[in-house]
Design a protein around this ligand. Structure first.
Ligand code: TRP
Length: 328
């Protein structure tokens, strides 16, 4: 079947993935493979802007790749690779930086946020982050970039850089990417308050054992108004219920919804059921992860093969770019 175009996405190597990563990105990455030629990149260079040490970078890259493969990324058809394995991206980053107004970079809400979070290390790379991101996208002639709302300004920014570049050098060498807004559910952590994330340690890892998963689920905060087992609960404000809606069969969701409101089912019982359903849903993923993880070299081979394919596309784009620039 003819594909609709090329999708590109990147993610920083954060190691073992959690439910938030899965529901917010990976699930969508897997689905997009049916309709698009997909290029998925583990952006280790972007990671350098904020991490304090690179000691875990390799392991985190491996664990993330393993999770993606186990979740259904198909490396025969999808190009899965590590950003730094295609050095052309840094060349393009430098070239694009010349058509990027500095003021626009420092005005971006994402930059201001990063400055707040990294007060002790506001480096030049942090300013150029969206330029490197643009280089990622356009190097592979990507048509579509699926993003959540937080990354939307970066894609709009990438489109502007492409227009400036093509106009200034009177060329069509770079393709303006389209943004594909993905309806990403905001996945809350076990605290029921903040977005699920590693840094807050409120996450549930996909690759956790069933027992570890159960322990985490039992720590989940439910309807904060419900104090006693005999109080009626409100599923509409309960994070456990919102997870049930994703992982639990519809009849059971209906039952929980009904019984919670009349105190027919308690939070402990509700969470036990959720842990069971979650573990059942994750079973095939965990089996595949274990299987693939038996031969780590194969995972690295996949990443190296992906980089080879990516470099072929990249080199073509760079030839056009260098020609447009009339570099001697
Ligand atoms: N900035 C993205 C993030 O923080 C990661 C990323 C890098 C990316 N390059 C990209 C996303 C290109 C989409 C397209 O999550």
């Amino acid at each position: 079947m003819a594909k609709k175009g090329r999708v590109f996405s990147g993610a920083r190597p954060t190691g073992r993935q959690h439910l938030g990563n899965y529901l917010g990105a990976i699930k969508n990455y897997v689905a997009l493979q049916d309709d698009y030629d997909c290029v998925y990149c583990i952006v280790d260079l972007h990671a350098l802007t904020t991490i304090e040490t690179t000691a875990d970078l390799k392991q985190n890259t491996y664990e993330m790749a393993l999770d993606w493969l186990a979740a259904g990324i198909r490396p025969e058809e999808t190009t899965l690779f590590i950003q730094s394995h295609v050095p052309q991206v840094t060349e393009l980053h430098t070239i694009l930086s010349m058509v990027t107004p500095l003021g626009k970079l420092t005005d971006l809400p994402t930059f201001k946020e990063k400055v707040r979070q990294n007060e002790s290390n506001i480096n030049y790379g942090l300013v150029g982050y969206p330029v490197l991101m643009t280089a990622d996208i356009v190097l592979y002639r990507s048509d579509v970039v699926p993003v959540g709302i937080d990354q939307a300004p970066h894609i709009e920014f990438a489109r502007e850089i492409v227009r400036s570049f093509n106009y200034r050098y009177n060329t069509k060498a770079l393709l303006e990417p389209q943004m594909k807004n993905t309806e990403i559910p905001k996945v809350l952590g076990i605290d029921g308050k903040e977005k699920m994330g590693k840094s807050l340690n409120n996450h549930i890892e996909l690759a956790a054992t069933p027992d570890e998963t159960r322990l985490r689920v039992m720590q989940m905060v439910t309807d904060p108004q419900r104090m006693r087992r005999t109080d009626p609960g409100n599923p509409d404000v309960c994070n456990v219920f919102s997870m049930h809606k994703i992982f639990t069969p519809a009849e059971d969701v209906e039952m929980i919804n009904r019984e919670c409101r009349v105190a027919g089912i308690g939070c402990v019982d509700c969470k036990k059921r959720f842990a069971e359903n979650l573990n059942k849903s994750l079973e095939p993923f965990r089996a595949r992860r274990e299987e693939i993880g038996k031969t780590p070299n194969d995972v690295w081979d996949i990443l190296h093969d992906g980089a080879k394919r990516a470099r072929t596309i990249a080199e073509k784009t760079m030839a056009d770019v260098r020609e447009a620039l009339q570099l001697p």
